[in-house]
Ligand binder design. Structure first.
Ligand code: BGC
Length: 741
């Protein structure tokens, strides 16, 4: 069922207002600019803000980004409302990606919770805080499916799977927007980046993308469709080309698909200067042409390029552009403004008192701790090294152990720097005492700079000795390592995704003096950790887990919370295996014949992932048995019920994510070897068992054709159920076209 967020009764008001607007005023609605010297794109010129404030007063700006705070927003809103002829209020937008001031885990990490209610609640709280700071619109969720961990922005999405991605997209949109956009706590959401950005070649940000229409339909678009069905109010296009066409100028994507067959009624915003970048892509010769291409293709709002501001008027006047396309774009912007209630009260979200009382509320932090611990993934736990025991002497080591900033992650909106609970603080609060601690080494964020050549940090091993000393004297070592917040995120692609810098070397030396090592891994992306997975007995993936990271990690380390997270993205053994994803095609040579080399693999590495999609251990154990289908054959129109018995056979209460996968054995084009089609997170007490059931309609068993038609093919299907994409029970059924009798 699709949610609709644009009330019908606003349509006559939109039409009436449009009738009153001059061409100049209409174009004003289509320009979006930052009003603070904080830029999420390339830096602009000095003095720009003052010039832009003038544009606001002239009605030449319709929406603003990067300005926050009830007071600041009220002041600018007053200019638009009081000084322009028609008094059309501005929209204020910001990247509220995983929290406003209270930070939740980075989206990839939060998706590892597979807990849609918790994810929705994080977005709800983010919206409540951001709306209290005067904002109307977040540029989230990013719903790009991502298969290449080198890409820095994997941290911002829900990982490699279109089904999980779609569920998470739905939850986030519902969370941000609530039930009514006009509500004081609602934030309009934005599904981005439409489309294909997550497939940038070799994981390099901003790189070109080329993929088939079949992959576009079945892998890239499902989370966008889910966002649309959840009622997402806006879409953002992106920086990439798709088959050579900059998506900002892609009429198939925006006009034919999104606004045509999908009937999306809200506005599409460009990415930061992505209209200007049509020129650098080599697809337009100047800004005038770029403006024409983008507007014709259906990009309604120009973020930061000046192309619409400077050229739309003449394009209409010289007849190159029909004013109707401007009218369509403007009515989309107005539709959003009306839906948000801005014409009824432009200052609804601009109360400083409310802002003070709401932002950072204790209950927001309670949820931040709750969702963070649900997001942690126990990758390895040899001989039940975890949970730690209270009487163990712990050595806490590593560059991220006392770090109060890294857990905040990238895209941290208005979180105060260094405001997260560190692991050191979390553990100390638990033990009521300071632990033996050593930083061990530092992480230096190396960056390739063309002017300076490559800058690498001096290898500084000064702290190794102190770290080894406390490791030697401890019962157990907790090493907190990984990537800093700035090593993933936009523009932070990496070619080498091992543990950065000296960290692995330090770990190797620690293992020489104490082999009881727990690695707490902070990262925004999957890392290639083949050595660590062999040699470190326990690995807890902690992502960049947000404001309450240290407490949440302590809860899991000490067993106060039984880990339940599952990977939303495969961990490769080696960077050379990328892109790596579980729902790949079979290929013509899928399996090894003994002694042969002519099959699909790399010769120098085990071709399986290091940790597969859906993997995550617990402190208890679960047994899956009795996978049952009611029948062996089904007919189009039937319902298919799958049941499985799940039993907690371990020593403690815990949660398991029951994952249901499907394989359509014969289809043209061929379907993947596995596709996630359902999941449920189930809590069971020790010894408890439960029958878990899933129901499909046969119509759910189809796939999208390249033309965007939903197609169901009769034939043999295989069903798999288990606790990760690698350990699965299986059964078969046949789908027939119709019952002959
Ligand atoms: C990013 C977008 C973001 C925009 C505005 C761009 O650089 O690609 O995702 O919403 O900046 O901050």
């Amino acid at each position: 069922m699709s949610v609709s967020v644009f009330p019908e009764e606003n349509e006559p008001r939109i039409e009436a207002l449009l009738q009153q607007m001059s061409l100049d005023e209409k174009i004003g609605q289509l320009n979006q600019y930052a009003l603070r010297e904080e830029h999420t794109g390339p830096l602009g010129k000095k003095g720009q803000v003052a010039k832009r404030m003038k544009l606001v007063a002239e009605g030449k700006i319709g929406s603003v980004l990067n300005l926050t705070g009830a007071k600041a927003i009220r002041e600018v809103q007053q200019i638009a409302v009081k000084q322009t002829r028609l008094g059309i209020p501005l929209l204020f937008a910001y990247d509220v990606i995983h929290g406003y001031e209270t930070m939740f885990p980075v989206p990839l990490g939060e998706s590892a919770s597979w807990d849609l209610t918790a994810i929705e609640k994080s977005s709800r709280i983010s919206a409540i805080e951001a709306a209290a700071a005067g904002l109307h619109w977040t540029f989230a969720p990013m719903v790009d499916v991502t298969r290449d961990a080198r890409w820095g922005r994997v941290m911002e999405g829900a990982g490699e799977d279109p089904y999980l991605g779609a569920q998470v997209a739905w939850a986030r949109v519902r969370g941000f927007q609530g039930d009514n956009l006009a509500d004081i706590n609602a934030l309009a959401a934005c599904a981005k980046h439409f489309a294909g950005y997550g497939f940038s070649e070799s994981g390099k940000d901003y790189n070109a993308v080329d993929l088939s229409r079949h992959t576009l339909q079945n892998v890239v678009l499902p989370p966008f469709r889910a966002a649309l069905e959840a009622g997402v109010a806006t879409f953002m296009n992106g920086f990439n080309t798709l088959g050579g066409v900059p998506v900002t100028a892609d009429a198939y994507l925006q006009r034919d698909l999104l606004k045509g067959s999908w009937k999306f009624a809200g506005p599409v915003v460009s990415d930061w200067n992505s209209i200007g970048e049509i020129i650098t892509h080599g697809a337009a010769s100047d800004k005038m042409e770029a403006a024409l291409l983008a507007m014709t293709a259906g990009s309604d709002i120009d973020m930061e390029s000046d192309a619409y501001l400077d050229h739309l008027q003449s394009l209409v006047e010289d007849g190159s552009l029909d004013e109707k396309s401007i009218d369509d774009a403007v009515s989309r912007v107005l539709r959003l403004k009306f839906a948000l209630g801005l014409f009824d009260d432009p200052y609804l979200r601009s109360s400083s008192e409310r802002e003070k009382s709401i932002i950072g509320a204790a209950r927001h932090h309670e949820h931040a701790r709750e969702v963070a611990r649900k997001s942690l993934v126990l990758l390895r736990n040899e001989n039940d090294l975890l949970p730690l025991q209270k009487d163990q002497k712990i050595a806490l080591i590593g560059p991220l152990a006392a770090d109060k900033d890294t857990p905040l992650g990238n895209w941290r909106a208005r979180a105060k720097s260094n405001s997260a609970i560190s692991v050191q603080e979390g553990l100390s609060a638990y033990f009521d005492d300071d632990l033996d601690y050593s930083i061990g080494c530092q992480i230096v964020e190396s960056s390739f700079d063309f002017a300076k050549k490559i800058e690498f940090a001096e290898e500084d091993k000064t702290h190794f000795a102190a770290a080894l000393q406390i490791a030697r004297e401890a019962d157990i070592v907790v090493a907190v390592m990984g990537e800093t917040a700035n090593m993933s995120g936009e523009g932070r692609s990496r070619a080498d995704i091992g543990l950065p810098g000296l960290q692995q070397e330090l770990l190797r030396e620690i293992c020489q003096v104490n082999d009881r090592v727990v690695l707490v891994l902070m990262t925004g992306r999957p890392l290639a950790l083949a050595w660590e997975a062999e040699n470190i007995p326990a690995i807890l993936l902690a992502w960049h887990a947000g404001s309450q990271a240290g407490h949440a990690i302590t809860d899991v380390l000490m067993g106060a919370y039984c880990p339940s997270g599952k990977l939303p993205m495969s961990f490769p053994r080696s960077v050379g295996q990328l892109p790596m994803y579980y729902n790949h095609l079979s290929t013509g040579r899928p399996t090894a014949a003994p002694g042969l080399v002519f099959y699909q693999h790399h010769n120098d590495v085990d071709r399986r992932p290091l940790y597969p999609f859906g993997h995550g251990l617990s402190y208890t154990s679960f047994r899956f048995e009795n996978l049952k289908l009611e029948k062996e054959e089904y007919y189009f129109g039937d319902s298919i019920r799958v049941t499985v018995e799940l039993k907690n056979i371990g020593a403690t209460k815990g949660e398991e994510v029951v994952q249901l996968y499907l394989q359509d054995l014969v289809a043209m084009p061929a379907r993947p070897v596995l596709e996630l089609k359902g999941f449920q997170k189930i809590e069971l007490a020790q010894g408890e068992s439960r029958i878990v059931s899933f129901q499909w309609e046969t119509t759910d068993l189809g796939y999208w054709t390249a033309e965007g038609e939903w197609k169901i093919e009769a034939g043999m299907f295989r069903v798999f159920v288990g606790g990760s994409s690698e350990h699965l029970l299986e059964s078969n059924f046949i789908l027939n076209e119709k019952d002959e009798y």
